[in-house]
Ligand binder design. Structure first.
Ligand code: SF4
Length: 180
């Protein structure tokens, strides 16, 4: 009996809280069906930490807030045939983008000087530099599908994934809405 070829999926989180990934895990027993049809080749949730040359579907949680986020988003776009922005942080900046109301120096001062009693110093080693403003993923790379929600519900994520597995381009508006 020939085995159906699995589609490959990579996921990552940028500036987010990991809640969108937790919502993915909340599809509960449907994870078994997912595992039968999908090979998760790279993700914070699995051991694979090397992004393969070509991946069928890439899923990005979180906004683009620092240089490392930017490089990761560009890497996903280069390697993933179909790229999904998952959750409001990725779709519109959401909570991380609240810092856009302030100048970058004020953000650094608040985090590393004003509220620090011992050795208040701005890190310049081992910590990626912040971008001047937080951006949604589509502001730095083309995105094929936006899935709003904070987080998108497990049912929404399942809808999107199962539609893709069936060879359709899902319309998340059928199951969610911005600000939901
Ligand atoms: S959209 Fe909400 S749940 Fe997802 S990473 Fe952002 S804050 Fe967390």
């Amino acid at each position: 009996m020939s085995e159906t070829k699995k589609i490959t999926v990579a996921t990552t989180w940028l500036d987010g809280c990991s809640g969108c990934h937790m919502s993915l895990l909340d599809i509960d027993e449907r994870l078994i069906e997912l595992a039968q049809r999908v090979d998760i080749v790279y993700s914070p949730l699995v051991d694979g930490k090397h992004l393969p040359e070509t991946v069928d579907v890439g899923i990005i949680e979180g906004s683009v807030s620092n240089e490392e986020d930017l490089a990761k988003a560009q890497d996903f776009r280069r390697h993933c045939k179909f790229l999904i922005s998952l959750g409001d942080c990725a779709v519109n900046g959401n909570v991380p983008a609240m810092r856009n109301l302030f100048q970058l120096d004020a953000v650094y001062d608040r985090a590393y000087s004003e509220n620090v009693q011992h050795n208040p110093v701005r890190p310049d080693d081992g910590v990626p530099a912040l971008l001047d403003v937080v951006k949604p993923v589509h502001a730095v790379v083309p995105v094929d599908l936006h899935v709003p929600g904070c987080p998108p519900s497990a049912d929404t994520i399942w809808f999107v994934l199962s539609q893709l597995l069936d060879g359709c381009v899902p319309n998340p508006n059928e199951v969610t809405r911005f600000g939901a």
